[in-house]
Design a protein around this ligand. Structure first.
Ligand code: SAH
Length: 221
């Protein structure tokens, strides 16, 4: 997948505005989130063959059998996270790093983990645009384990289909912190938002169903 720096033309900017309007009609209300969608050039995260369709509201392949999430999904999860500037955010599933950049655009300090070595390498070293966001730190590892050294986190976002709520990630949440996680329910996933209470228990809110690639244990060379 070629990630050579490309141009951000007026046409791309126009398509991003249209995408933001489309996301509004689907129920995304946060202007901050919509601004981030307007500001992050999604076509940079995709192979040039997708240039013309990069702003359609759909997922695309990014190599290693993985996908960049649909813009609606990215906007939806980001809105549920309710990001404040300087929030420490743990993201599981770097993938293309598009979601990481949307979070960084909102002022978050992002700690993102990817289990596929090739995707990790591509984002960590091969993607000049990411220099714009020094607040994103990349890790190669198993997201089920989180990053205990950097815990606790204000927010945790899982961008793959979780078979269950990973206990280690709950441990790494601050009291008052939030986790947004798609958990398997039949063939799809139910989006959950969990808030950690003073006594360490979780308050759970349920949202729409989505379809993600699976969250898998261990690392992949
Ligand atoms: N946030 C990404 C979405 C990528 S798809 C984006 O915006 O492009 C989900 C990603 O999660 C895939 O790259 C997959 O390899 C990764 N993944 C799956 N299980 C994981 C795990 N246990 N730890 C870390 N990453 C994982």
């Amino acid at each position: 997948m070629s990630k050579i720096e490309r141009r951000d033309e007026y046409t791309h900017k126009g398509l991003r505005k249209q995408l933001a309007e489309h996301l509004k009609t689907k129920g995304i209300t946060s202007e901050k989130v919509l601004d981030a969608i307007r500001n992050v050039p999604r076509h940079f995260f995709l192979d040039p063959i997708f240039d013309k369709i990069a702003y359609e509201d759909r997922a695309f392949p990014i190599g290693e059998g993985q996908t960049i999430s649909q813009p609606y999904t990215v906007a939806y999860q980001t809105q549920l996270l309710d990001i404040n500037p300087f929030d420490k955010v743990l993201e599981i599933g770097t993938g293309s790093a598009y979601q990481s950049c949307v979070l960084a655009e909102l002022g978050a300090q992002v700690f993102t983990i990817e289990r596929q070595k090739k995707l990790y390498d591509a984002q960590k070293t091969g993607f000049p645009f990411l220099k714009k966001y020094p607040s994103i730190k990349f890790f190669y590892g198993d997201g089920f384990l989180g990053l205990p050294t950097y815990a606790p986190f204000d927010k945790v976002i899982i961008t793959a289909a979780a078979p269950f709520i990973p206990p280690k990630l709950v441990e790494q949440m601050k009291v008052g912190g939030k986790m947004v996680i798609p958990v398997n329910e039949g063939e799809h996933q139910r989006m959950l938002r969990l808030t950690k209470l003073e006594d360490g228990s979780l308050q759970e809110e349920k949202f729409e169903q989505f379809s993600f690639v699976p969250m898998l244990e261990g690392k992949n060379q």
